[in-house]
Design a protein around this ligand. Structure first.
Ligand code: GCU
Length: 325
């Protein structure tokens, strides 16, 4: 009898335990503007699994792809006011708050993907990433988004003359508008979700992005001429709400920061594995890829680089990045 009672008690306690741990899992809503096939989506799943394990099931991520929680600008605001906990946003959007970030997206800054990986996994960005807490968010880590090239509707662009008069979509930041200007074209700021239709309807002549986004968002259907200008390697930043961070214990915050940085290595791996598949898919669907001698663009964008390296903070960061070459 006593045995039976004890057994019952144990079963009830176990059930309560399960209910408690289910109840106690805090889900972090993460805004993401591309699909659930994208390498960054997979890297976030990896981060979520590790976070869940390391915190004994107390935290996990729930990633909403395809701009379901809004475009990058809107989702950054949601993170700031604590309506959602995390988002992936491109570096130029954070640069709108602090111009030191512009250094991370300078034209022709990284010698290659390995150099960029070294920068993102080192500690040279740690202070900068924490400094945004005054705006209500912290940058946890940076993900690669490859190199960006121009793609167009009518014909490939190989030089500054080809760029003349072309309306090319850029991300929503002044630097990106200037960047397109120094390449000879006209930069039109717009959020990613509108790009396909704007090219289709002739509002734009094209856009600029990496091969994975180009394929993931099927933009080859409306802009089949991909010209490998590789003018920028713009990072994506994983941001978290400061309000939310403060609800976590110091130890859990540390775990989240460490695991986020660890997921960057994974993201590079996933990225490198997907890049040639993306290009092959776009080609299969009729896109053409044209190699471009980028030296002309590099030359004409030098003044912009100088303009973006004004403050002591910008210069110091630039030097640290150079050292990791
Ligand atoms: C890249 C980047 C995204 C960004 C997009 C854009 O794909 O990974 O974060 O939103 O470019 O051009 O808007």
């Amino acid at each position: 009898m006593l045995k039976q009672k004890l057994f019952k008690l144990a079963a009830v306690t176990a059930a309560m335990g399960a209910a408690f741990s289910a109840y106690a899992t805090t889900e972090l809503k993460v805004a993401f503007n591309q699909s659930d096939k994208h390498p960054q989506f997979e890297a976030l799943q990896y981060l979520s699994d590790n976070l869940y394990k390391k915190t004994d099931g107390r935290y996990k991520l729930n990633v909403y792809p395809n701009e379901l929680l809004g475009d990058q600008r809107a989702s950054l605001e949601l993170v700031q006011n604590g309506a959602i906990q995390m988002a992936v946003v491109a570096n130029p959007l954070v640069e709108n708050y602090d111009k030191t970030f512009a250094v991370l997206g300078l034209p022709y800054l990284y010698s290659n993907s390995a150099h960029q990986e070294k920068v993102f996994t080192s500690d040279v960005l740690d202070n900068l990433f924490k400094s945004t807490d005054k705006f209500g968010f912290e940058v946890l880590t940076a993900y690669t988004a490859g190199a960006r090239s121009v793609y167009t509707k009518a014909a490939p662009v190989q030089n500054m003359d080809d760029m003349k008069g072309k309306k090319i979509r850029v991300m929503q930041s002044d630097t990106m508008i200037k960047m397109l200007g120094c390449m000879g074209g006209t930069g039109v700021p717009m959020n990613q979700g509108e790009v396909y239709t704007a090219i289709q309807q002739g509002v734009l002549d094209g856009a600029e992005n990496n091969e994975i986004t180009y394929a993931d968002l099927k933009q080859y259907e409306v802009a089949p001429h991909f010209s490998r200008t590789q003018h920028l390697m713009v990072a994506d930043l994983v941001v978290v709400s400061t309000n939310f961070l403060q609800t976590m214990s110091e130890e859990d915050q540390k775990t989240l920061r460490e695991l986020a940085k660890d997921s960057t290595k994974k993201e590079f791996e996933l990225w490198n594995a997907q890049i040639s598949k993306a290009e092959a898919l776009a080609k299969e669907k009729g896109a053409t890829f044209t190699e471009v001698d980028s030296s002309q663009f590099q030359q004409s964008c030098k003044p912009l680089t100088m303009e973006l390296l004004k403050t002591p903070e910008q210069k110091a960061l630039y030097e640290q990045i150079e050292k990791l070459k």
